[in-house]
Ligand binder design. Sequence first.
Ligand code: 26Q
Length: 816
Amino acid sequence: PEDIYEITNPKDISSLKRALVNRLIYSIGKDPVETQERDWFFALAYVVRDLLTLRWMESMRRYYLQDAKRVYYLSMEFLIGRALGNSLLNIGCYDEFKLVLEDVGLDLEELAETEEEAALGNGGLGRLAACYLDSLATLRLPGFGYGIHYDYGMFSQRIEDGYQIEHPENWLRYGNPWEFPRPDVLYRVQFRGHVVECPNADGKRRYRWIDTEDVMAMAYDIPVPGYGGETVNNLRLWAAKASRDFELKYFNEGNYIKAVEEKTQSENLSKVLYPDDTTQMGRELRLKQEYFFVSASLQDILKKFRIDQRDFSDLPQEVAIQLNDTHPSVAIPELMRILLDEHQVPWDDAWAITVRTFSYTNHTLLPEALEVWSVRLFEELLPRHLQIIYEINHRFLTEVGERFPGDMGLIQRVSIIDEERGKRVRMAHLAIIGSHKVNGVAALHTRLMRTTIFRDFARIFPDRFVSITNGITPRRWLNQANRGLAKLITETIGPGWVTDLERLRQLAAMADEAEFRARFRAVKSANKQHLASLIAKRLNIGIDPASLFDVQIKRMHEYKRQLLNLLHVITRYNRLRAGLSQDMVPRTVIFGGKAAPGYHAAKLVIKLINDVSKVIGRDSTVAGLLKVVFVPDYNVSRAMEIMPAVELSEQISTAGMEASGTGNMKMAVNGAITIGTLDGANIEIREKVGEKNIFIFGHTAEQLDEMRRGGYDAWRFYYDNEELKLALDMISTGYFSPDEQDRFKPLIDSLLREGDRFAILADYESYIACQEEVDRLYLDSETWTRKAILNVAHSGWFSSDRAVREYAERIWNTPI
Ligand code: 26Q
């Protein structure tokens, strides 16, 4: 029967209920009397997907008819998280389905918890891609994500004896109800082989890439609903499938087992997401993943471009391709290869088309995090691409030589090939040379890009570098995550803020009204109680909902300085034990974050947090005054639980090292006050919320630079500050690790003996002083609340809608 799933009216509860029950019976195959919660979740997800599908087809049809310029966002990571709640809110059916479920005795929020989260990303970069997809759809732009359909996304983190243990997360175990597998959308991706030159009729040289080992890329489509449900865009993820060649080869030899082995081998390509390991040199499989999804995506993009009806010179008018970091930057030589080898486009034309089509977002200045590949590996896997890269480099360096004669140093510095320490391909150089725009993700980051690591390129291409400060989607991070605050805001200024976040500015006047402050405080208080109950339930730790919630949640990294936070915690503990509690506010210090599996220093900080937490937790003299909690397995779902309850947002990276940060924005818009350095987007947060409504401390990037040039003396900070000395001595003499006294020696050595690269000691004193101010302000709860409200009111600019509009205007030329 055709109409069993049909929803005649999405506002009609009984029609929704019928669709849901039919789904349960006919798609899940379960009798409603014997269903588990997961069955209901899948049934509901299918109903919601149905509601998305028609709009999704309409959107695709509209784009086709409008023949609008398309934007493709290429990213190795899309950290989209759970989809049910977000989809229901975006299509405006949340309350209706809540009633339907109540009718069958279920709670929507509880049911939503059964969804596995799509953790197809590490952190900021992957989550940014997900926020931008939401904004592209909400702004009704034809924006398409392309990425990898990993079987295993980000590992799940467990804490055993205070140490991080990584566990694989099989998020597809029960299937993904949101995706449409497309076995018919299949492309061949080549690897290895060799390049032959063949004579051509017109005397021009032609190259063919032959004898390759091929893998097939199969598409999975995930609908991306915009707010209001009008537009539904698409995220296409590629999974590796063995090509039939392998099978045939060995089957013909009668070697069945070998055939199946090879099949497994090639399907390993999309098996697992690489954890962000800033220093680790690339593994072969990683480069294969990068080319795999780039090749499939470009084939798909060019197929939609319908070359049979057009000229390639039109490509930049029809298509914009954004590279999310250098991870997909092999797309530049790949498009060149397609144009040159498969369509015989002359080099200069092909290059002009390529540069006008691509743009590149940089997310880091840390030299050890810039992607490089050995020429040897590149040549082995992608011989034709290496040739093309050499040719791009040759032409570029010739031009640079002509424009800046006699500067040999310049040629070496900007070359795509790093000739020192074994030849390496510098992917950032390739991405800059092959793009018409390169953007940084915050104002300071872009300025430092132009003046430090890429200063030569800024001189060569003065108009290429632009700054677009990151943004976050208000749909997920305010409307969905913080229903209480969303409701208060809507009651106060109407619902328009969800798609026009700058309207939050209207709340500024309310900060002076005692009644509004009381309501705002009540919301925050309820959120804190809710978080406290989750922590009690899951971790069996009691926290005081009336204490100040001081939160640092982000990946574990030395430059993010969780260790500086801990030094404050230890100092605070020492002061409390010394009986100096009169000026101190009770605090709960919450940490959360994963460390890359091979990043020993970061993993040791996790252990230190847990050891400190244990010692403080057992000390009755500080009970009720100080508590430290490490929340395991920090991910998008955890973030949505924690953000609404944060009062103090810790954004304390070494100035100049955090490209932007986006958690800082999420907390501010949820009414937290930031304590932070002048780094990344913190600077813009200060600018927007006003310097009276943020706690800024520490050295600036310029000051640190100067200090290092004059010689950084770590020991001076140690001997000049007794409390710092005490805290460090406690760590290094085993106060927190009596069972293993030198457990944390590597951390202390990195501070005192190895030059404190992250300037933790230099910023300690001003951080502690700043934390004292935090306490003072918290005691004056009316003033604190006023500032918290002003943080919400002035965070509208950090909407990803604003960011995506800027990309559309300044990079993609698809103005809205
Ligand atoms: C590279 C090679 C091999 C394996 C993994 C990687 C890899 C993977 C992920 C390298 C880096 C990442 C992720 C980087 C990241 O998340 N950067 C953050 O991007 C945010 C969005 O722009 C910024 O807000 C943060 O400041 C930045 O740290």
